[in-house]
Design a protein around this ligand. Structure first.
Ligand code: WTA
Length: 631
């Protein structure tokens, strides 16, 4: 399905102005290209003081009819998904739209047979196998709300997410393959389910064939689908009905279940997919993200499939069997658009260049990055060795909360500038604010990023906690959306994202709140208190530095360090493990008892010459002690 394409810088400028002045007629003209069961009554209703945002109200649709059914006539035999297994010696799958439609319908009927109804929440804790996409779409088919939990999360993190959304069903696998590692997902799920009273059934896909414990509420996927029908009528959804919940870290407290709805999300992800990557009919597109994150939701599943594209899913890791795997896959499947994270680029750039050069990458047209600012060195390497100087690089800035890309160049259409995300997407109105919340009107500026008016795929709320949604995103600057990032703007209006302005640290492209990590460390019996901050890291972008106070009766040993790390792995997952843990006698605090993370951040990055005024601290002496023993 081809949406109107922006194909020159002039086109962009014209459409951009039009979209901000006439958002309703602009987005209606895009939405018209989709299949609706009933047309909307109003395009946009919003009030960000409340806050409330509604797109295409009165419209009825099912997103899977747009991702599947509508393509059957014209491209039923076209490949929808190329699935590349962990082990390159195993066979890749080429699943046509017809076949995907059949598998989704079948599994949707399975969900129904276990009494899953419209609005019920289904938790999906699965690795990157084809059935993960089938599961996601099967939920959407019957109007169930999917909540995908990244398969690298621990049992505690999984349980917290299941309980937050009171999920009825859990979908998982016996185990998962990632490189040489086999993770026993079913065991982890079993552990989580001890604390999840709302789960009625667990459907388990057999991937690794390892032994698993079997309970009365467990069902094998292959048995469940045996007698299921191939046809499943799509549930009629309101444009503003919930499509999915996806958790993201907050700077405080428990993870936030961001709620995305059907209509606006569909329109915006397809539109940005086609325009940012300049996807053309017949191209093969690959996004190397995991569907456990928003990038996978929007730009592996929904954006590409609603566009009728061919999208690659990769089960494994970039380092297996060697550090040339990504390029091997690009060659093997003749990938035209490749989308990955700066941290992956930095990790791969450390290895012999022959691992890139031995692969034929001549079919690549567009490269993309997402997840964190891309540094100049990584940008140059990506451009020179992967793109051979011929592929535009789109540096896409966006968030779980925004649903789709908000700032990026359009590949080969608008001008790129290395390390800059560049210009806002059509319909997106970024501004920069000073410390007092006033808009900085000069062209060249640095400040706090905010967005002035709604775009169709903004998350509508935090599941079960609209007040927190308001507090986090709409309270700092009244009437504006506050993403939590800082940015620079050059004289041509290009934006460069400079990083988080809150207590979220982006480690290897993963969003990690420091508060939940501190909570995990504090759960250790030896720990009195801790503070976690980010510091710059060559490959990961940022890594975590933990300052920990121990009870007197415990000695700072290597073994103790390991058990503290394990605590974090158990509570959140391995991605949240601190790289450095320093034992301290106390933490610098204000007189009101607040930990001065600003100072700890500077010490962690070795910027100790300018710590600012420390004299008003409750305990100024501890600063020198921490500096002397820094790691
Ligand atoms: C950061 C990922 C700079 C940013 C889609 C944002 C980026 C957070 C970029 C959201 C980029 C994402 N340049 N920073 N191109 N893309 N970020 O929710 O700090 O996992 O707020 O969504 O990642 O991370 P999330």
């Amino acid at each position: 399905m081809n949406l109107p394409k922006i194909s020159t810088q002039k086109d962009y400028e014209k459409a951009y102005l039009y979209s901000l002045e006439n958002p309703e007629s602009f987005w209606a003209s895009i939405a018209e290209h989709f299949v609706w069961k009933r047309k909307w009554d109003s395009v946009l209703e919003y009030n960000w003081l409340k806050p409330e945002t509604k797109w295409f109200e009165g419209g009825k649709l099912n997103i899977t009819e747009n991702c599947l059914d509508r393509h059957l006539k014209t491209k039923g035999d076209q490949v929808a998904i190329i699935w590349e297994p962990n082990d390159p010696k195993d066979e890749a799958l080429h699943i046509t739209y017809k076949e995907l439609h059949r598998r989704v319908s079948k599994f949707a009927n399975v969900l129904k047979s276990y009494n899953v109804e419209k609005g019920d929440r289904v938790c999906i804790y699965m690795p990157m196998i084809l059935e993960l996409t089938v599961a996601v779409l099967a939920c959407a088919r019957i109007g169930a709300v999917h909540s995908v939990v990244f398969a690298g999360f621990s049992s505690k993190a999984l349980a917290a997410r299941i309980n937050d959304a009171s999920c009825k069903l859990l979908l998982t696998t016996d185990g998962s393959y990632r490189g040489n590692k086999i993770t026993p997902l079913k065991d982890i799920a079993d552990e989580a389910l001890k604390f999840c009273p709302t789960i009625e059934k667990t459907i388990v896909y057999k991937r690794t064939g390892q032994d698993v414990n079997w309970g009365g509420n467990d069902v094998w996927w292959h048995e469940a689908i045996k007698n299921a029908d191939d046809f499943c009528k799509a549930e009629v959804m309101e444009a503003e009905d919930m499509l999915f919940i996806l958790y993201t870290s907050g700077s405080t407290g428990k993870p936030k279940g961001m709620v995305h709805t059907c209509g606006g999300y569909m329109v915006y992800t397809a539109y940005t997919f086609q325009n940012v990557f300049q996807y053309e009919e017949g191209d093969v597109y690959w996004c190397s993200a995991d569907i456990g994150w928003i990038t996978g939701h929007s730009y592996i599943v929904y954006g590409p499939l609603s566009s009728g594209a061919t999208t690659v899913m990769f089960e494994g890791v970039p380092s297996y069997p060697d550090y040339g795997r990504f390029w091997g896959i690009c060659e093997k499947h003749k990938v035209n658009q490749f989308y990955t994270a700066p941290t992956a680029i930095r990790a791969l750039a450390k290895h012999p260049i022959d691992l890139v050069n031995k692969h034929d990458l001549s079919q690549l047209k567009t490269l993309g990055t997402v997840g964190e600012p891309i540094n100049e060195e990584a940008w140059r390497w990506y451009n020179k060795h992967v793109g051979k100087g011929n592929c535009p690089i789109v540096d896409t800035w966006w968030q779980t909360e925004t649903g789709g890309i908000l700032i990026s160049s359009l590949a080969g259409v608008t001008r790129q500038k290395k390390t800059y995300a560049t210009l806002p997407m059509i319909g997106v109105s970024p501004i920069l604010l000073d410390n007092k919340g006033g808009e900085i009107k000069t062209k060249e500026a640095e400040g706090i990023l905010a967005i002035k008016q709604p775009w169709p795929s903004i998350a509508r709320t935090i599941y079960g906690n609209h007040k927190r949604y308001k507090d986090v995103y709409f309270t700092a600057y009244e009437g504006l959306y506050f993403p939590g990032d800082g940015a620079l703007r050059d004289e041509n209006g290009n934006y460069r994202i400079t990083g988080r302005v809150d207590d979220v640290v982006i480690v290897s492209g993963h969003n990690l709140g420091t508060a939940p990590i501190e909570n995990a460390i504090n759960e250790h019996e030896a720990v009195v208190e801790s503070a976690v901050v980010g510091f710059q890291h060559d490959v990961k972008g940022n890594a975590l530095y933990a300052y920990v106070i121990l009870y007197d009766r415990f000695d700072a040993s290597e073994n103790l360090l390991q058990t503290i790390r394990n605590k974090v792995t158990e509570t959140i997952g391995p991605i949240a493990k601190p790289d450095k843990i320093q034992f301290v006698s106390s933490l610098p605090k204000t007189r009101s008892g607040k930990i001065m993370r600003r100072i700890l951040r500077k010490i962690a990055t070795n910027e100790i010459s300018n710590l600012g005024d420390t004299s008003t601290l409750l305990n100024p002496d501890v600063v020198q002690e921490i500096i002397d023993k820094r790691l």
